[in-house]
Design a protein around this ligand. Structure first.
Ligand code: ADP
Ligand code: NA
Length: 350
């Protein structure tokens, strides 16, 4: 089998929100003690939607600082930015030739981000999941912690790995590069692992505070819809107070949350922040009104997030330190990536 390895990434936008934190970042921390982990700031992804940025390097430092502030330890995990390791884009090109246009056209994120004028979206936006597959597979990562919104992209990465393994099966066998693995019930042999998504926790999909049917997102025009990591205590309390809810009290059983998306979202957020189950939260707050639950949630959110934000700001001021972490991480990541690419080039026949 493949050595167990965790990979994940976040785009460089300083505007991290609670969804990014609970769906991804908070979960990265828990994994670094039990797995070898590689955490990337995926700066090359950020030019797919908007080509010109004035402050890409600074935004990248901010995400690296968020990683460090949240508790990632560069001695335990590799922390770096994508642009430092050109093997990602090399592998992405090969994957562009493995993947089919129809696979990309089906991606709901592409449809959302491209909007109505699809013909005018960048080719990079369409091919985004191919670069994401390369990010993961250039390390032959076995596990990827992400929010639920990334599930479809992870499935595509699995399809790309399997198609590469099948298309090149004879050459992989000739070169002796095949690795035995279990995929579902089957034992198969291949060069790339069929990576498992790690989607979970109490809040795998954090919803907007204004609309329980939409995910919390940095692109939502309403700032009241999301809690930003940079919000101060007053802003967090205000947004939670104004969060849309129904008029009922919290149910006395978790099952009572079904069909109540706003209540379910707030309970999930509380549970994830407290690192408890939804059941435990309901046994504590069941039967109470939102007017009692919301202040408790706000207090918890401030207690969890504000130390991270102040640490993030502190770390960000020391640019040289952040750059040194990224440089060192880039060297370590690059060595692993080049090891994979030497074999990939041979398999393809260059
Ligand atoms: P965004 O989705 O905000 O544009 P990224 O694509 O960089 O940002 O996502 C970073 C991580 O945050 C991914 O693992 C993604 O699944 C997760 N994430 C983003 N929004 C949410 C959300 N509302 N709930 C849970 N996880 C989320
Ligand atoms: Na996303």
């Amino acid at each position: 089998g493949f050595k167990e390895l965790v990979f994940s990434g976040m785009q460089p936008t300083g505007n991290l929100h609670l969804g990014n934190y609970l769906g991804a970042l908070q979960r990265f921390i828990g994994l670094q003690d039990s797995y070898e982990c590689i955490y990337c700031v995926v700066d090359q992804h950020s030019i797919t939607a908007q080509l010109v940025h004035d402050d890409l390097a600074e935004q990248t430092r901010q995400i690296a600082a968020a990683y460090l502030a949240a508790g990632l330890d560069p001695k335990k995990s590799i922390i770096f930015n994508q642009a430092r390791v050109p093997q990602h884009t090399e592998l992405a090109w090969y994957f562009n030739c493995v993947a089919r246009i129809g696979w990309m056209n089906r991606m709901t994120q592409f449809k959302d981000k491209a909007g109505k004028d699809r013909e005018n979206a960048s080719l990079g936006l369409l091919a985004y999941p191919s670069l994401m597959a390369a990010d993961i597979l250039v390390y032959r990562a076995t596990h990827v912690p992400v929010g639920e919104d990334q599930k479809q992209h992870l499935e595509l990465a699995r399809d790309i790995a399997q198609k590469f393994n099948n298309d090149f099966s004879a050459r992989i066998a000739d070169l002796g590069y095949g690795v035995e693995m279990e995929v579902g019930e089957e034992r198969v042999n291949g060069f790339f692992p069929v990576t498992e998504p790690l989607i979970g926790g109490a809040a795998p999909r954090v919803m907007s505070l204004r609309d329980g049917t939409k995910k919390m997102s940095k692109s939502d025009p309403s700032d009241l819809s999301r809690i930003n990591l940079k919000d101060d205590a007053d802003a967090i309390a205000k947004k939670i107070k104004k969060a849309k809810t129904d008029p009922e009290a919290l149910p006395s059983e978790v099952e009572g949350l079904a069909g109540r998306p706003e209540a379910e979202n707030l309970v999930g957020i509380y549970a994830a922040l407290a690192e408890k189950s939804r059941e435990e939260v309901i046994s504590e707050f069941g039967g109470q009104q939102f007017s009692a639950f919301k202040p408790a949630l706000a207090e918890l959110a401030v207690a969890k997030l504000s130390p991270i934000t102040s640490e993030m700001n502190r770390i960000c001021e020391d640019r040289e330190h952040v750059d040194a972490v990224l440089r060192d991480g880039g060297e370590r990541a690059g060595a692993i990536a080049e090891g994979t690419m030497k074999m990939v080039r041979e398999i393809i026949g260059f």
